[in-house]
Write a protein that binds this ligand. Structure first.
Ligand SMILES: [Zn+2]
Length: 164
């Protein structure tokens, strides 16, 4: 039991405490730096459990400690494998950024539309509805974590995708 004076304060997760979420968030932070360079990196913020038999509550928060949406679940799919972790951390990051900063994020520079994370051929990518509005196919802007390769064309991605 905590003493009443032990007021629960949010704390930043230590590096390596949630390594799979660290890795996922690093990719999202690359995209954040590429699209909103004035924003400090997102962080994993840990709040104490509501009850002693509950896990800690981990949120994807802005650098100022604000977040929006659900916490990450240490016993959920996001703790099982890297792909699920990336998908769920991407959702959480998008929700926090768009709701706390009051803007769609990330935005497709080609169409000016907010994009959504989607699994394409096993890789989580930012998907934009822009081409579909012109009766074209759905268009994938870039892999999550690779938006910076678009704004800095001097740095090729290296990962070429055959076909399509
Ligand atoms: Zn687009």
């Amino acid at each position: 039991m905590h003493a009443p004076s032990d007021h629960p304060e949010p704390r930043r997760a230590c590096p390596g405490e949630y390594p799979m979420w660290d890795q996922a968030l690093a990719l999202l932070n690359r995209d954040l730096a590429a699209t909103l360079p004035e924003q400090e990196p997102l962080q994993l913020l840990v709040l104490p459990p509501y009850a002693s038999d509950q896990p800690e509550n981990v949120y994807v928060a802005l650098s100022n400690g604000e977040w929006h949406g659900n916490c990450l679940n240490p016993h959920g799919a996001e703790a099982d494998d890297p792909a699920s972790a990336l998908a769920i951390v991407a959702d959480a990051a998008q929700e926090t950024v768009s709701e706390r900063l009051w803007q769609a994020w990330p935005v497709c520079a080609e169409h000016g539309l907010g994009m959504h994370p989607r699994d394409t051929d096993g890789q989580l990518s930012w998907w934009c509805a822009g081409e579909r509005l012109r009766r074209g196919p759905a268009h994938v802007r870039a892999a999550v974590g690779a938006l910076d390769t678009l704004v800095r064309p001097g740095r090729p991605n290296g990962k070429s995708r055959p076909g399509s």
